[in-house]
Write a protein that binds this ligand. Structure first.
Ligand SMILES: [Cu+2]
Length: 64
């Protein structure tokens, strides 16, 4: 499935990398586009939205 999350505390490209890696840790074939300017993270994954949200939250970020 494909969905888009807003991560308000994604401040820079290092945050975007951390978030991308957190998602890829639960689904290595996930496609993640994280943009610190818009705070949007577009994710294409076989994992559930709930699983992805908790992976990002556990990495220390807040989903709006
Ligand atoms: Cu950052």
């Amino acid at each position: 499935m494909t969905f888009e999350l807003t991560v308000a505390d994604m401040a820079c490209s290092a945050c975007a990398t951390t978030i991308t890696e957190a998602v890829k840790a639960i689904d290595s074939s996930a496609i993640v586009q994280a943009d610190p300017k818009t705070k949007l993270v577009k994710i294409e994954t076989a994992e559930s939205e709930t699983a992805v949200k908790s992976a990002i939250t556990e990495a220390g970020y807040t989903i709006a």
